[in-house]
Design a protein around this ligand. Sequence first.
Ligand SMILES: NC(=O)c1ccc[n+]([C@@H]2O[C@H](COP(=O)([O-])OP(=O)(O)OC[C@H]3O[C@@H](n4cnc5c(N)ncnc54)[C@H](O)[C@@H]3O)[C@@H](O)[C@H]2O)c1
Length: 391
Amino acid sequence: VSAGAPAGTRTRAGAAAGAKRGPLGVGIIGAGVISAQYLRNLTGFPDVEVLFVADLDVARASARALEFGIPGHGTVAELLAEPGIEIVVNLTTPAAHAEVGLQILAAGKHVWTEKPLALDLESGRRLLDAATDRGLRVASAPDTFLGAGLQTGLRAVRRGAIGEPLTGLALFQSPGPEAWHPNPEFLFAAGGGPLFDMGPYYLTLLVQVFGPAARVTASASTSKARRAIGSGPRAGTEFEVSVPTHHSALIEFAGGASALAVFSFQAHLRRSPLVEVSGTDGSIAFPDPNQFAGDTQLATAGGDETLSPAGPVSGRGTGVLELARAIRSGATERASGALGYHVLDIMVSISRSAREGRPVDVASTVDRAATLPEDWDPSAATLTREREPRH
Ligand SMILES: NC(=O)c1ccc[n+]([C@@H]2O[C@H](COP(=O)([O-])OP(=O)(O)OC[C@H]3O[C@@H](n4cnc5c(N)ncnc54)[C@H](O)[C@@H]3O)[C@@H](O)[C@H]2O)c1
C-alpha cells in the first residue's frame, strides 16, 4: 500500500485469491430505531443477502425480522454461529460498539459498525488490530458521504471547481433528539452528545474535502443536567445528561486548511445543517451530510450553479454494500475503519481540548477515499455465484 494513494483504489494482496463468490450473507445485531432503514435498503441490494437479525431483546429482533422477511432471528450467539454470514452490521448503542465488534471478529466475520467506532481511542485501536490480526475488515458509518448528494459535491471539489479548498464552516444545531427518540439516554452519555452523535457526518465530510486533521482547539457547554424523554412508552421519564451538549471547534488540517465547526443539542433556533467550503477560486455548499441526496451549490466569479445529485440515490447500508463489493474485489472499502478511527480521534481530541482548555494534536492520519464512479449502482447484481471457467 503506497502512502498517499486514495482508498478504494488499492488492492489487498491475496484478498481475492480463493475467496468466496456471489452475494455476501449479512447479519444485523441491534434491532432498534435505525435498523429499519438499514433493513429496507439492504434487502433491496442484490449483492448482499440479509440472513439474520439479533438483539439482546430477542422479541425486538424477531419483530424486525418478520417485518422485513428475514429468515433468521434470535440471539447474538446464534447469529455468530451462522456459517453463511460474512459481514455483521453492528447497530447497537455506542457503548457496545467495540465489545460487539470484537465478538464479531472472533467469530471470523467482517464488521460494519454504526458510529462512533468506539468510545475511546484504545478500544477503537483494539478493534482495528483484531481485524488486521485475523485478516478481516472493520468498516464504519457514516456512509452518507457515499451518497449521490455528497459524492456530487466531492467530485466538484476534486475536479477543482473551487480551486484549492482553504476554509470550512460546519454547523449542526437543534434542541436535542430526546423529543423524538424513544430511548434517548445513550445520546446524552459517553459516545453521544452532539459531537459524537452528529459530528461523524460533518467531520467525515471535512476529512474527504481537506484530508486528515492535525490539531483542534475547542470549547464546550452543557445547558441542563437532566432532560425528559419526549416520545414513546417512556415519555416524561427524566434522565441524566453526562456529556456536553454543545461543542465549538477550530480544526486545523495537515495540509494547512482550517474549519470551524459547531455541534449543539441546546439551540432552540433550528438551522439547516450546513457545510460550506471556500477555496482559492470559489465556494461550495454541500447538502445535509446526514443525508444521501440533496443539491450542491457552487459559487464562483463565473456565477452560481446548482448541482443535483448525479447517480442513483441509496440510503443507510450503502457502505455495507460497498464493503461487500470491496471484499470480493480485494479493494479497500471507502468507509474504512481507518477513517472511522481518524474521525474518532478528532472527536476525542475536541472533547479533550474543551476539557483542558488548550489545543490538542490529532495523532492519527488517513487518506481521502476515492470518489465513487457516477454509474456506481447499488441496485445492480455485480457478484455472480458462478466460478470463472478454468484454463
Ligand atoms: N436513530 C437514528 O436516527 C440513528 C441514525 C444514524 C445512526 N444511528 C446509530 O445507530 C446505533 C443505534 O441507534 P438506534 O437509534 O437504533 O438505537 P436503539 O436504542 O433504538 O437500538 C439499539 C438496539 O441495540 C440493542 N443492543 C444494545 N446493546 C446490545 C448488545 N450488546 N448486543 C445485542 N444488542 C444490543 C438494544 O437492545 C437495542 O434494540 C447508534 O450507534 C446510533 O448512533 C442512529
